[in-house]
Write a protein that binds this ligand. Structure first.
Ligand code: GLN
Length: 486
């Protein structure tokens, strides 16, 4: 592994000159060289840029709360360096003319950029198998997927090929890969982090967030990336608290909500259930009060999500036509319509095409009310469920994913099975609230797989949510386990 097991520790070691940023960056680059052939987490790496940024920190020309730590960015975040591909043939050679706000903020905080990580094409998927380029592998068992869509960011971190990483979460794409790779992933409240420069998938659901080895790491990253940005009108002007300040203080009288609708009739792995039961017991022994809550519209979450997200995607992806943006066919065409359709047929992979068709259908005249409007009504009911539940509790606890990492290829033939992976994660985005996933155990067997615990909190409750997560994390050693790769 890298010389440090937390971003905070790495940052402090650079500050106190126990290690130079160049040295740590070299270590990360060496691990990438060694492990990337088997993990396939990065779409592109930038050793020269990283070493230059690191040298500037060492020379005292760059400083800030992340000074000198090497991190990775999901490849749907615009950067003026390198390419921003969204793991799509459509954007294979796209060079963004500007940096995403979050990239600017990380840069100003002194971070070092190692590379851009693989994802499901345009962030649509739960395994990275929808990437046009490659399937990232789970560092705990390389025959399995790392989850998705931010699978590259989660796998790069779990295998020590960076000190932290950034992902995006539209229906679970930070939390689910964090769970499957045994790291911590936070989906901040909608509006907490600017999305300027995040390539849009479903704009009313998308949110950028951090991956870390532990809760303090994601708290530190959230401090850096959160806040109002005039270039994203959905970012909220609420003040950014210091999420690290009271992190280690346990919450007295923490009320943990257990939703009775979160028991699945099928598809739930028994080892996940028992790890979650054990986590609940652990919280009780830490003094938390358990409260039964009801989220009666949970069962419609997947259906509502898989209408709203494709509808918004079909609109957001209309710009990739080979003229305004994206791949242009080299085939002869008779008119502009054929140019559009051939370019789109060549540039988009099967899952993206499926979503565009579902979304276009659901938005079309005659079906709009039956699908899109009904899904929006369901959205209101799901939001209301959470508002009522949070009157009784501070956080809601559930598994992040109903199963541990599955085998590559296991679900690719059946999109519905893939969609069902998101059963515990999508309602958080539908309601615009905050969610975190942290390790809570491992499966048995010769290749133990991590299991993730999800905590959901009301909008802008990140300080309390992180403290609640930290309380549990400190009382176990799950977050410190690493896959054996070297
Ligand atoms: N798995 C979900 C989907 O395929 C979520 C993706 C995401 O959060 N970007 O849409």
């Amino acid at each position: 592994m890298l010389a440090f097991d937390s971003l905070v520790a790495a940052r402090d070691a650079i500050r106190s000159k126990k290690i130079s940023s160049v040295e740590l960056t070299r270590q990360a680059l060496a691990r990438i060289e060694m492990l990337e052939p088997q993990i396939l987490a990065y779409n592109s790496t930038y050793p020269d840029l990283a070493l230059k940024q690191a040298a500037e920190v060492d020379a005292g020309r760059r400083s800030g709360p992340l000074a000198g730590v090497p991190i990775a960015l999901k490849d749907n975040l615009c950067t003026t360096f390198g390419t921003t591909t969204c793991s799509s043939k459509m954007l294979e050679n796209f060079r963004a003319p500007y940096d995403a706000t979050i990239v600017q903020k990380l840069e100003q905080a002194g971070a070092v950029f190692l590379g851009k990580t693989n994802l499901d094409e345009f962030a649509m998927g739960s395994s990275t198998e929808n990437s046009a380029f490659k399937t990232t592998r789970n560092p705990w068992d390389t025959s399995r997927v790392p989850g998705g869509s931010s699978g590259g960011s989660a796998a790069a971190l779990a295998s020590g090929m960076c000190c932290a990483s950034i992902g995006s979460d539209t229906g679970g794409s930070i939390r689910q890969p964090a769970a499957l790779c045994g790291v911590v992933g936070l989906k901040p409240t909608y509006g907490r982090v600017s999305r300027y420069g995040l390539v849009a998938f479903a704009s009313s659901l998308d949110q950028i967030g951090p991956f870390g080895w532990n809760v303090p790491d994601v708290a530190l990253l959230l401090n850096v990336i959160a806040g109002r940005d005039a270039r994203d009108s959905t970012s909220v002007p609420a003040e950014v608290p210091d999420h690290l300040a009271e992190l280690d203080q346990p919450i007295k009288g923490l009320r943990i909500g257990i939703a009775k609708e979160y028991t699945l009739e099928s598809g739930m792995d028994p080892q996940v259930s028992s790890a979650i039961d054990a986590a609940v017991k652990q919280y009780r022994s830490l003094g938390a009060e358990l409260v039964e809550v009801s989220l009666p519209h949970t069962e419609y979450g997947i259906a509502a999500y898989y209408v709203i997200a494709p509808c918004e995607a079909s609109s957001n992806l209309a710009r990739y036509d080979g003229v305004h943006f994206g791949h242009r066919t080299k085939e002869p065409v008779k008119d502009i319509i054929e140019l559009f359709s051939k370019s789109r047929a060549e540039g988009f992979g099967p899952e993206v095409q499926r979503r565009i068709m579902i979304g276009t259908y659901a938005l079309s005249s005659g079906y709009y009310d039956a699908y899109y409007v009904r899904a929006l009504k369901m959205r209101t009911l799901i939001q209301r469920d959470f508002t009522e539940a949070f009157e009784k509790c501070d956080v809601i606890l559930s598994p992040t994913s109903p199963t541990p990492a599955f085998k590559a290829g296991e679900k690719t033939a059946d999109p519905l099975q893939m969609y069902l992976c998101d059963v515990f994660t999508v309602t958080c985005n539908i309601a615009g609230i905050a969610g975190i996933s942290l390790p809570c155990g491992f499966t048995t067997g010769d290749k133990p797989l991590p299991i993730g615990l999800q905590l959901l909190g009301p909008a802008f409750s990140e300080p309390r949510l992180l403290r609640a997560a930290r309380m549990y994390e400190r009382s176990t050693d799950w977050s410190s386990r690493r896959p054996k790769l070297d």
